[in-house]
Ligand binder design. Structure first.
Ligand SMILES: NC(=O)c1ccc[n+]([C@@H]2O[C@H](COP(=O)([O-])OP(=O)(O)OC[C@H]3O[C@@H](n4cnc5c(N)ncnc54)[C@H](O)[C@@H]3O)[C@@H](O)[C@H]2O)c1
Ligand SMILES: [Zn+2]
Ligand SMILES: [Zn+2]
Length: 347
């Protein structure tokens, strides 16, 4: 089968590999129907994910059909259409039992697929702990509608969940890339009084205006003033930082009101400073982390109920044998790309 592989720093190649086999009674083999490309794949390519293993098949955002299951898998069976979770988690350790699956203590716990073990930009993938990592896609939900459930949408859902948003709140979201928009969609489910999105890219600003006309949009240059004018207590009640640039961490806490919550979803290339003397008296609460992707069943139900729709994020579709071109487009942010769907089976 063809597998998009991390062959050397700076290089992914589509090469022929053996089809994976079940290695553990809790494994499943999934025939990948659609995969997507995530910003984290680019971080692997450029060597900024030190734990990524050379030779692995990349890709951690995918949907497919269960091909075979190990003897201890109970929740899914061959033929089931499923989402695949970015995180591998045992479901039994201290952290898993608390829902902190990103910190599962299993040796493959956390983000392993497409990083430390073979992932999903290919035709078949082995998924460990299949009862935890796979969720059945409801009949009325298409593969395209479900494509982001396991990664970028799980992230938005988690970010909105931990941010303690109420209906009285003004919420600021910084960054309207795929993760920022998934965060926005999930924040909307909490019905805050106002949502402000700060984005610098003109095409992405247009995307927000077109798809989410009820949301207020501002450019980074005016964000502080704009937030002050559109909030009641000297800043946003909740800020979600989903841009991850050199300036946006500071913007995030500066735009929060006293006693506000700042949730940092972004992953930075460099350390950020927490200037406590400047913040003194503002009494902020910071929340940070990698997604705890354990809400996929609930997310699928919300998609089925028509409450979440991420299909507009798929701006381009490519077959697996043209995945190089898909990466070039995604990495270069060309042609207004938001997300790419890669068709992996039926070549
Ligand atoms: N915590 C997690 O588990 C998790 C999961 C997925 C992604 N992430 C992180 O979330 C961040 C966003 O991911 P993405 O895939 O959407 O990336 P992206 O690069 O497509 O999106 C970032 C957006 O921020 C915008 N931006 C840049 N500077 C800005 C500024 N000064 N003000 C406002 N907007 C600005 C960019 O134009 C872009 O649209 C990344 O740092 C990524 O690593 C974290
Ligand atoms: Zn990802
Ligand atoms: Zn665990």
């Amino acid at each position: 089968m063809l597998a998009y592989t991390y062959t050397e720093q700076g290089r992914f190649e589509l090469i022929e590999k053996k089809k994976p086999v079940l290695l553990d009674p809790k494994d499943a083999i999934v025939k990948v129907t659609l995969a997507s490309i995530c910003t984290s794949d680019l971080h692997i390519k450029h060597g900024s994910v030190p734990r990524a293993v050379l030779g692995i098949t990349v890709g951690h955002e995918m949907v497919g059909i269960v091909e075979s299951v190990g003897a201890e898998v109970k929740k899914v069976k061959p033929g089931d259409r499923v989402t695949v979770n970015v995180e591998t988690f045992c479901g039994e350790c201290f952290f898993c039992r608390k829902g902190y699956v990103n910190n599962c203590t299993d040796k493959n716990g956390g983000w392993a697929l497409g990083c430390r073990i073979d992932g999903g930009q290919t035709e078949y993938v082995r998924v460990p702990f299949a009862d935890q990592g796979l969720n059945k896609i409801p009949e009325r939900v298409s593969d395209r509608q479900a494509l982001f459930v396991g990664d970028v949408l799980a992230t938005g859902f988690w970010a909105a969940r931990i941010s303690e948003i109420t209906e009285e709140d003004t919420v600021l979201i910084i960054g309207a890339g795929p993760t920022g928009i998934c965060t926005l969609i999930c924040v909307m489910l909490k019905h805050p009084k106002k949502i402000i999105v700060c984005e610098k890219d003109e095409k992405r600003i247009q995307f927000i205006k077109e798809h989410y006309p009820e949301v207020l949009v501002t450019a980074p240059e005016n964000v502080k003033e704009f937030v002050l004018d559109n909030s009641e207590h000297g800043g946003a009640d909740v800020v979600l930082e989903v841009a991850g640039t050199q300036t946006t961490f500071r913007t995030a806490w500066e735009c929060a009101r006293p006693n506000g919550i700042v949730t940092v979803v972004a992953l930075y290339d460099e350390a950020q400073t927490l200037p406590l003397p400047e913040m003194y008296g503002k009494n902020l609460t910071f929340k940070t982390g990698g997604v705890d992707g354990c809400d996929c069943e609930e997310i699928l139900n919300l998609i089925e109920a028509g409450k979440i729709d991420t299909e507009p994020l798929i701006t381009h579709t490519y077959p697996l044998n043209e995945i190089d071109a898909a990466y070039e487009l995604f990495e270069g942010k060309k042609d207004g790309v938001m997300k790419v769907a890669v068709e992996c089976s039926g070549l």
